[in-house]
Design a protein around this ligand. Structure first.
Ligand SMILES: Cc1cc2nc3c(=O)[nH]c(=O)nc-3n(C[C@H](O)[C@H](O)[C@H](O)COP(=O)(O)OP(=O)(O)OC[C@H]3O[C@@H](n4cnc5c(N)ncnc54)[C@H](O)[C@@H]3O)c2cc1C
Length: 395
């Protein structure tokens, strides 16, 4: 069963896309990948190096529509680029993912004034919209405790949010708050709003170096023009934004899993025990084949979803299923990659231990497994069926 949506992504002409992709891949491997050890050791991203590199290669404008100065990539064009970022140090990947995910969301759910205010700057990395949903004292969705009370032409916001990625670099936050006891709304809050304090949280297990900070709102007065859509539409906007953002996380799982497989294939040929490369042992071959099956399956799911989304279809069940399958797949692949590498894989001599830690964020971003099961099962129980190439031939 297909639900249509309003499309914003038309995609870049192929020759321009090939050029952009080459430029970005060159930046990833020549300029950003060499920073891995520095970031892991210092737990800080050298923004003075990373931001100019990301700006210069066009990484901040990937999902911004072309009319606002971005590349306006289709989802099929964007996913392989995001996956490539997920092969290198995860803190850099997180910056790129959150920036592009929420500029994409704004381009779909914002009005023309909101887009005009943020998107041209976002396309060149001068502005960035972060997403502020999670709270320390409550669950998400209807359980939120952050409030936004209407006062004339302003909203007055009070509450706390935490674990907000890009809290150090965002120019704006898309804050999900209650505008009435049973009404959740989405409001754009400029970073420099009086009464908003932003502070870092302790360092993370993986995807190190970026900030996932805490926001405290104390009588923060923001223009009511920052309301996205109408009051009470917050949950719908949330679901809309997360639908494709969950697919983006699955693409990150694919990138990390692909790198772990590539490193394992190479290592298994190089490492000799008892006079033979371990690649010649059937047990290791089984690990490699299992890893490849996960990578192949995830690629196929993502290709199916990208083709649906770019044909303007909604993917409400697929997005949660691929997010869940992706994190399980990258979990299995990084586990097996550690086994292929033996003890040295547990050290920082190879990126395997870093990939293993980075991948664990994929369990949390855009919702834990319990919410993915809930969303997918709800859609299926309501009668959602897959419409895909598998049974498109006449029967
Ligand atoms: C590095 C990092 C970056 C992040 N970036 C962002 C960001 O940019 N913006 C943002 O808003 N959030 C962000 N998050 C937060 C992330 O989305 C949440 O941590 C995640 O969705 C889980 O929410 P929680 O931490 O409140 O866990 P909790 O809600 O406390 O959940 C704890 C456990 O209980 C389960 N659980 C909770 N409620 C229920 C229920 N009703 N039914 C069944 N099981 C339940 C959960 O599945 C989980 O297993 C980030 C988190 C991390 C670690």
């Amino acid at each position: 069963m297909i639900t249509r949506r309003n499309s914003v992504a038309v995609g870049l002409p192929t020759d321009e896309y090939v050029k952009l992709r080459k430029t970005i891949f060159t930046t990833i491997w020549n300029e950003l990948d060499p920073l891995e050890q520095e970031i892991e050791n210092t737990e800080k991203i050298p923004y003075d190096v990373v931001m100019p590199a990301l700006k210069a290669c066009g990484a901040f404008g990937l999902t911004t529509p072309r009319e606002y100065g971005g590349s306006g990539l289709s989802i099929a064009q964007y996913l392989p680029i995001l996956a490539e970022f997920a092969k290198i140090q995860g803190g850099i990947r997180a910056i790129v993912h959150v920036h592009n995910s929420f500029t994409h969301a704004l381009s779909e759910i914002g009005n023309s004034e909101q887009k005009q205010e943020i998107l041209p700057g976002a396309a060149i990395g001068e502005k960035s919209l972060a997403f502020a949903l999670t709270e320390p004292g409550n669950g998400t969705g209807a359980d939120l405790s952050t409030t936004a009370r209407r006062d004339g032409d302003r909203y007055v916001i009070n509450g706390r949010k935490w674990l907000i990625t890009n809290s150090d670099i965002a120019s704006h936050f898309l804050v999900i708050a209650k505008t009435a006891p049973k009404e959740v709304s989405a409001i754009i809050v400029p970073r420099d709003s009086s009464g908003l304090t932003i502070s870092p949280l302790p360092e993370t297990m993986g995807c190190k170096g970026g900030e996932h900070g805490e926001l405290v709102f104390t009588d923060v007065r923001v223009p009511a023009t920052g309301l996205v859509g109408a009051e009470g539409e917050g949950i719908a906007h949330l679901e809309r934004a997360l639908e494709i953002s969950r697919v983006f996380i699955a693409a990150c799982s694919l990138g990390t899993a692909t790198r772990a497989l590539e490193l394992s294939l190479k290592y298994s040929k190089d490492r000799v025990t008892f006079g033979k490369p371990i690649a010649e042992r059937q047990a290791i071959q089984r690990y490699l084949a299992e890893m490849a099956a996960d990578v192949y399956a995830l690629r196929g799911m993502l290709a199916d979803i990208a083709s649906k989304w770019d044909r303007e279809c909604r993917v409400p069940a697929e997005s949660s299923l691929v997010k869940q399958f992706g994190l399980e797949a990258v979990g299995r692949v990084t586990d097996r990659a550690l086994l292929v590498h033996g003890g040295i894989g547990y050290t920082r001599m190879y990126p395997i231990e870093r990939l293993y830690r980075d991948a664990r964020l994929n369990w949390l971003e855009e919702g834990t497994p319990t919410i993915q099961y809930l969303v997918a099962a709800r859609e299926l129980l309501n009668g959602y069926t897959f419409d895909d190439a598998f049974d498109s031939v006449p029967q």
